[in-house]
Design a protein around this ligand. Structure first.
Ligand SMILES: [Zn+2]
Length: 126
């Protein structure tokens, strides 16, 4: 029997195509994103992949003015923790939203940011 658990690699492949995928624990029902090895709630490994709507609201955000190595030239940019409609939270880069408009509770929508073959989780206007 082959395992059909979504891996971090397939998570980003799906994300690149604009599909956000979470995983739900088959044991206790805990929803997680991005994929983890074991369920943080019950420590089991019984994941089932779940498509997510990609809709959520900002629960916190930070404006990055000094970029990590390799991201110089991209600053300033904002990153936000977004609470998705399904109840899980995900960190992503904020795009197409002026910093002044950012606030806790602002509705946003997932969008993939593809750059140099890398896919990054982004959130733009809902
Ligand atoms: Zn669990």
């Amino acid at each position: 029997m082959t395992e059909r658990v979504i891996t971090l690699k397939s998570f980003f492949e799906e994300a690149r195509a604009g599909r956000l995928t979470g995983i739900r624990c088959g044991q206790c029902g805990e929803l997680a994103i991005p994929p983890k090895e074991f369920c943080p709630a019950c420590q089991k490994r019984a994941w089932v992949s779940v498509p997510l709507t990609g809709e959520g609201t900002i629960s916190s955000f930070t404006i990055i003015r000094v970029a990590p190595r390799g991201h110089a030239g991209e600053t300033p940019y904002a990153v936000a923790v977004v609470k998705l409609a399904e109840g899980v939270s995900l960190l992503g880069r904020v795009v197409d939203l002026p910093f002044e408009s950012l606030r806790v509770g602002l509705p946003v929508r997932f969008r993939p940011l593809v750059k140099n073959e890398q896919t990054v989780v982004g959130f733009g206007p809902a």
